[in-house]
Structure formats: C-alpha cells, structure tokens
Design a protein around this ligand. Sequence first.
Ligand code: F6P
Length: 255
Amino acid sequence: TMMRDISGVSDLERSLKKTLQTRDCIVVPGNTDESSWVKYELGRACLNHMKDHLKEQNIIAVTGGTTIAAVADALTSDFSDKELLFVPARGGIGTDVKNQANSICEVMAEKTNSKHMVLYVPDQVSENIYEFFKNEPYVFEVLSKIRSANIVIHGIGEAITMAKRRKTSEDDMRKIVEGKAVAEAFGYYFNENGEVVHKVQTIGLQLEDLNKIDMIYAVAGGESKAKAIKAYMKIAPKNTILVTDEAVSKLILKG
Ligand code: F6P
C-alpha cells in the first residue's frame, strides 16, 4: 500500500529478502526493543499473511516467548471460519507460564473458537523417560499432530538471554558460551554461522521436521536480535517467512 511505500518499508522488505535469501520478509515500522506495541504489530503482520494461506483444516504449531504471545494477542475471531488446531512445537522448553507454548496455544484456541493440545514434558530427564513419555497415548497423539502441522509460528531469541531465562545448567551454559552461540530457536542454540552448538533435549518438533512444513513464520524484532536473526536465517528452511521490524532490518542490512 501507499503508506508502506512512503515509510520505505517495502524497500526494506525487498533488500532483506535478498540478503537473507528467504521466501519472504515482512517488516513493520518501529523497534521492538523500544516500544512494546511493535510486538503486537509483528503479530498482526504475521496473522494478516497467514489468513490468506489457511486451508480448510489447519494444524498450527507454535513456540513460546513474548513475541509469539503477542501474535496470540493479535488474533481475532474472524479466523473462526476455518478449522484450526493449535499445538505447542516442543515440550518442556517453556519459560514463565504465561509465555509458554502451552498457554499461548490455549489463548489462540480461545480467541478463534478452535481446539488446542498441550505437551507437558519435564526438562532435563533421562532418555528412558522420554521414550516412556512418547508412548503415552495422549503424548503420542500430540506428537503426531505436531509432525503433520502445515503452519509453524516461532520466535527467535538472543542465545545468552534465552539461556539465562531458562534454568540452564552450568554445563550447558558452558557449551553455549564456549560455542559462541548468538541465536536460539526451538530449543536449539546456534553460532554466527548457523551451526548448532547446543540443543535442549525434549520431544516435539525437531529442526529437520521443518523442511516438511509449508508455511513457516519466524517472528522476531528489536535491534538486540540482529545477530540472532542473521545466524538463524542461515540455516532456516528457504520457505521461511521472516516477520520483523524496521530497526533490526536496517541493522542487518548494514552488515
Ligand atoms: O522459549 C520459546 C522461544 O520461542 C525461543 O525459542 C525464542 O528464543 C524465544 O522464545 C523468544 O522470546 P521473545 O519473543 O520473548 O524474545
């Protein structure tokens, strides 16, 4: 639209798409680090795009975090005419309850009169316990839904911020710091080259599962996430749609 062209945002979108080599970039004005309403705008922009790509039946996998919580805030009941099922992307990597994927799914389902499923898996348990969990009938069902999701909406975080926000053990913290992690998404920590230096052990969506998913929205803004976004986008599936803000876009383009 004209408004977007006047603000120069469409030029930014084009340049960013070229630089990050991804399917699409959607840029909203402002800086998420400075004004909290920008997160809501990221949410609205993501949903606006998604609305045109819904099928009759949809399984939408979501991650946690304050940005994806803002996507939930921006949801409206006009999504109710399609069948939607919200599932958390991965279990046990939540932070505070309000911003956990489970809670976000619940809000999303409530706002759209649709269904959601939860995945409660404790952090830091042994391999055996995971095997046991996976075969619990309800968990088994949630995992199969996650694997057949046609849409994913996920956040990207700055690695050390995320490691501190979670109850990361000293050993894992060392791996993250020594591995020079700068980005985190889905419980995976990445260095500047997009290489995985640490991974939170849990069930649900694995990075390689993303390749089978049609619509992937990475929603993250704020100058503090410049390195994180750049690093994650190096390994992100090429059909990822990045929803971000003007401030961090300019920083990324500066190189
Ligand atoms: O913990 C879930 C998660 O999506 C992480 O994968 C991501 O790094 C983080 O949240 C982003 O959080 P926020 O949107 O609050 O910056």
